[in-house]
Structures are given as C-alpha cells and as structure tokens.
Design a protein around this ligand. Structure first.
Ligand SMILES: Cc1cc2nc3c(=O)[nH]c(=O)nc-3n(C[C@H](O)[C@H](O)[C@H](O)COP(=O)(O)OP(=O)(O)OC[C@H]3O[C@@H](n4cnc5c(N)ncnc54)[C@H](O)[C@@H]3O)c2cc1C
Length: 305
C-alpha cells in the first residue's frame, strides 16, 4: 500500500470531502470504532470511480460503509480508504418502480413509497440502515426482505467500472448477497413495488414500529441483532444460557432483547467481541449450536467485510 502517494494524488485532484485519521465511532450506531486512515464521502459516483481507480493503482485497500448500523469496527480502526455513501440519496420514480441512491435511509424510502401508495417496504420502516447496506445484508423483518422487491442494482467495481446486476445474479439469501464475497460499491438500486392503499400501508408500518419499540432496546446504541437467527431462535438460546445482562466493560447483552448487545457508555470493540465469543461458547456448550454473527466485522485481522 502506498498511502502517502495515494493521498497526494487525491489532494492534487482536490477530491473532497476527505478526512485523515477520522474516528469512525461517530459513523456507527454502536458508537464504536477506531480511525480510518482516510475516509471519503463521495458526492457523486463519477468522482468516486476515479478514486477507486487510484486506490487500485496505489494498492490501497478499500472498505465500504453505509450508515454503520450493522458493523463492528475494530478499536484500531481501518487501514486504507473507507468510502461512505451516506450522501447518495437521489430518488426517481417510474410506474411502480423506485430507483434510489445507496445512501438513502430505509426508513425514509419506506415512508416515501407509503406516501405514494406503493406497497412492499412496510417491513423496512424501523430498519435504521441505508439502502446500500440493506442490499448487501438483504435486510428483512417480519417475514419479508429486500430480495422480494429488488429489480436491479448498479455498482462500481474496484476498477471504478460501472456494473449492473439483475435480481437472479445477486445470490440473495438470509442476510446474504453476492456482495458479501464480491467487493463492489453499490451506487443505486431499483425496487419493484405493488399498488396499495397509502393509509393501510402506513398503518402496517406503525404496527411494525410499535412492535420494535416494545421488544428492542432502542434507547441505547446497538447494531440490532448480533447473531443470525437459528431454527431454535438465536434470542431464545442466548436467554437459555442465562446470558441476558452479561457485561464486559460497557458492552452488555441487552436485558430487553437477548440478541442485542448494547453500548452502556464507552464500550470498546474488543469488549463487544469478547462478549460475542462468551455467548457463542455458552450456547455451543449447552445446545451444540454455533451462533454466527450477523454483524459485519471491519478492521479486524483475518476478516473480510
Ligand atoms: C436498532 C436496530 C434494528 C435493526 N433491525 C434490523 C432488521 O429488522 N432487519 C435487518 O435486516 N437489519 C436490521 N438492523 C441492521 C441494519 O440496520 C441493516 O443490516 C442495514 O441494512 C445495514 O445498513 P447500513 O447502511 O447501516 O450498512 P453498514 O452497517 O454500514 O454496512 C453493512 C455492510 O454493508 C456494506 N455496505 C454498506 N453500504 C455499502 C455500499 N453502498 N456498497 C457496498 N457495500 C456497502 C458494508 O461494507 C458492510 O459489509 C438493525 C440495526 C439496528 C441498530
């Protein structure tokens, strides 16, 4: 990696906004994460394509970040370049289809589609992530997921080339997509929705939101469900080993929802990770079930994205 030369090139080309040694905790819902060598928040994909080309030329590793609601970022931070797409929020409409930039929040998109009487995103009302992150994760709730409505995705690959994906090419599964193994930056996504009654859609969203408020510890920083669900229910297994309330430093298994780990103040990524491992060990011992993390680990050794 030739970070110095890469940075010089970006400065010469007046690439902005660009931040050096930027603490990432303020970009995650867990409020955890060390600094990125460089954080770039592109205004448009054309500039971003050029930056990706340069990163490749200077062998600078690239990491993508949405609004950080499903990631655990190491205390040591992330080496190389982090690209955060929160600013890409353009929306366009065509019949029952909506195309939106990857930075738009799922809650905003579901509200906008509800207002237009378009049904299909009710489940996403309380998901605090961006559309880009939701595609990567195939985010879902209440028996629905993004897979049911995706009509197409545009990406930039690591050479800065624009690519297009049809739904069948996305390998969408439970909290899974092709982008878990193929590092590409999601630029925009088209969703195909169904005509519906705006009031009924909004009512369904309200009910989902109420259910969340009743069951989830939304008053404390978290990343939602830490572990992927299992046939027996991850939360039930965690509760079964008595892990609710377990605490390492300021990281605590939520008393309200066993599959959430909350940050009670100044939790470190190392503490969250240690707690994750404790829970996995206890569940394995008691139930012979291996809990797998849903949250994506970034900046840790031997982890991809
Ligand atoms: C309180 C709470 C409740 C939640 N409830 C749910 C729920 O009901 N269902 C659910 O599925 N999830 C839920 N989540 C998790 C999270 O909101 C979703 O997974 C969300 O879709 C992640 O989006 P993000 O923008 O935060 O992505 P990030 O957390 O920023 O990133 C997630 C992954 O996507 C990648 N990524 C992000 N943006 C891009 C991009 N533009 N291009 C390429 N890769 C990208 C990152 O590299 C990372 O691998 C919840 C989280 C919280 C805090």
């Amino acid at each position: 990696m030739d970070l110095g030369k890469f940075y010089k090139q970006l400065a010469e080309k007046q690439v902005e906004p660009l931040f050096r040694n930027e603490p990432l905790q303020k970009y995650t819902t867990w409020k955890i994460g060390g600094p990125a060598d460089l954080l770039y928040r592109p205004k448009n994909f054309i500039d971003c394509a050029e930056v990706l080309r340069l990163a490749k030329q200077f062998h600078v590793p690239v990491t993508f970040l949405g609004v950080g609601s499903n990631v655990l970022i190491a205390d040591e931070g992330i080496r190389g370049l982090v690209i955060q797409t929160e600013g890409w929020r353009e929306v366009s409409w065509s019949g029952q289809q909506v195309t939106a930039g990857s930075g738009i929040l799922m809650s905003t998109l579901s509200r906008l589609t509800a207002e237009k009487g378009m049904s299909g995103l009710e489940f996403a009302a309380g998901i605090p992530g961006s559309l880009g992150g939701a595609v990567v994760m195939n985010a879902g709730a209440y028996g629905c997921s993004l897979a049911q409505v995706i009509a197409g995705v545009k990406t930039l690959d690591l050479a800065g080339e624009l690519r297009e994906y049809a739904p069948a090419e996305l390998e969408l599964g439970y909290r899974d997509s092709i982008f878990k193994k193929k590092k590409e930056l999601i630029v925009e996504t088209t969703l195909s929705l169904k005509p519906g009654n705006s009031d009924e859609i909004k009512e369904a969203m309200k009910e989902y939101l109420n259910t969340r408020r009743a069951k989830q510890p939304l008053d404390l920083p978290s990343a939602g469900s830490v572990f992927k669900n299992t046939a027996q229910g991850a939360g039930r297994l965690i509760e079964g080993v008595g892990a609710k309330g377990w605490r390492i430093g300021d990281a605590q298994v939520s008393e309200k929802h066993a599959n959430f780990i909350v940050n009670r103040g100044e939790a470190k990524a190392s503490e969250v990770l240690a707690l994750i491992k404790e829970v996995q060990k206890a569940v394995k011992q008691e139930y012979q079930v291996e809990l797998k993390t849903e949250v994506v680990l970034l900046g840790f050794e031997d982890t991809g994205r």
